[in-house]
Write a protein that binds this ligand. Structure first.
Ligand code: FES
Length: 315
């Protein structure tokens, strides 16, 4: 379903970094170099049944010979992590997309503050590789239950030295976003992890007056919004003048496909950014967690976002 190019890569290493997290290394069976990627990027991993899951690249972006992912086993999840833990062992072939980045490093920043909760540290680990190689000023906060449960801890210690700050709740130590203080020019803050952590960072920084352009958050999970009741609406296709009706129980993405539009997609839960399209003349109800605020006036994610009454799509 995705328009992204998918490669057949070989698992060359699988190492447990915590009791629940496996670090997988992939290489191309023939080519010495994989497509270039930027820190913060993720790939789609295609499961046997055609479904895809998104995982952040967590290795050194300068190392084109391999892709490294760290995947947490989620027993209560949607099944993707269990499949990868059980099937992606050394020698296995995996279908991996070209990388895509929704969580880039602000190259203009003079200092970077990275905050990772649990497995959310993965894109920040790639940023740490990049920032350390460039001699940038950065600090990385790693929040976990304990050292034993902290993903990538040993390699982050080796890479970051005293720029790594660990917060282990079992030892009574918790990261407090209030400590980030008042806004500072040139300082950019990046957070990824459980929603309670990313919400706390966002709310605290917003309250302290940090400009949204200096705060970067990546979410792994769809928007938690149990009380939302979808309503039907109409979408006018700008290029043809056709109007398509979107029933309350069908996504805009599905309706567009039924009308012959080859819409790319991947996660279909509003977290990856693959299905982004343009719109105008309508009130869109944004229900994704990936589109930056600055783009919401004229871009939307039709896999989850909808409109009030009607909208014109730039298709
Ligand atoms: S398919 Fe991932 S955001 Fe729409």
């Amino acid at each position: 379903m995705s328009a992204r190019i998918v490669m057949r890569l070989t698992v060359v290493e699988a190492v447990a970094t915590t009791p629940e997290v496996v670090r997988l290394t992939f290489a191309h069976p023939q080519r010495p170099e994989l497509p270039a990627w930027e820190p913060g990027a993720h790939v789609d991993l295609r499961l046997l049944d055609g479904r895809t899951r998104q995982y952040s690249l967590c290795g050194d972006p300068a190392d084109r010979s391999r892709y490294v992912l760290a995947i947490k086993r989620e027993d209560a999840g949607r099944g993707g992590s269990l499949w990868t833990h059980d099937n992606l062992t050394p020698g296995a072939v995996a279908h991996v997309s070209h990388p895509r980045n929704n969580f880039g490093v602000a190259v203009e920043a003079r200092r970077h503050v990275l905050i990772g909760g649990g497995i959310g540290v993965t894109p920040l680990a790639a940023m740490a590789w990049y920032l350390a190689a460039g001699g940038a000023d950065f600090v990385i906060h790693l929040c976990a239950r304990s050292a034993e449960n902290a993903p990538l801890l040993a390699e982050l210690q080796a890479l970051c030295g005293d720029r790594l700050r660990c917060w282990f709740s079992s030892e009574g130590s918790r990261f407090d976003p209030v400590a980030l203080g008042a806004p500072e020019d040139g300082v950019h803050i990046y957070a990824c992890g459980p929603q309670r952590l990313t919400d706390a960072v966002q709310v605290t920084l917003e309250t302290a007056g940090w400009p949204v352009e200096q705060v970067h958050v990546e979410h792994f999970a769809p928007m938690a919004d149990e009380n939302y009741k979808p309503e039907p609406f109409d979408a006018l296709i700008a290029s043809t003048g056709a109007v398509v009706h979107v029933p309350a129980d069908v996504s805009l993405l599905d309706v567009l496909r039924r009308h012959g539009f080859a819409m790319p997609s991947s996660c279909e839960i509003g977290v990856c950014g693959s299905c982004e399209c343009g719109y105008r003349d309508g009130t869109v109800i944004h229900r994704d967690v990936v589109l930056p605020v600055a783009k919401r006036q004229d871009r939307m994610m039709p896999c989850v976002s909808r409109a009030r009454v009607n909208v014109t799509l730039e298709l």
